[in-house]
Design a protein around this ligand. Structure first.
Ligand SMILES: [Zn+2]
Length: 55
């Protein structure tokens, strides 16, 4: 599982269900000067499962 706060720029996350792959272009801004302070570390869901980091 990968909450959005752990997702780093350049990482690729994939769905094992359908093969979708997403690359992080900009990281979650929570905890930074530009970010909101309310991000609940959301998981990105596809095929009812959280996306997994592609190794
Ligand atoms: Zn999927």
């Amino acid at each position: 599982m990968a909450g959005c706060r752990e997702m780093q720029v350049g990482q690729v996350y994939m769905c094992e269900g359908c093969g979708l792959e997403l690359q992080v272009v900009k990281a979650c801004a929570d905890g930074t000067a530009e970010g909101k302070a309310s991000c609940p570390n959301c998981e990105i869901i596809c095929c009812s499962e959280p996306l997994k980091l592609k190794q």
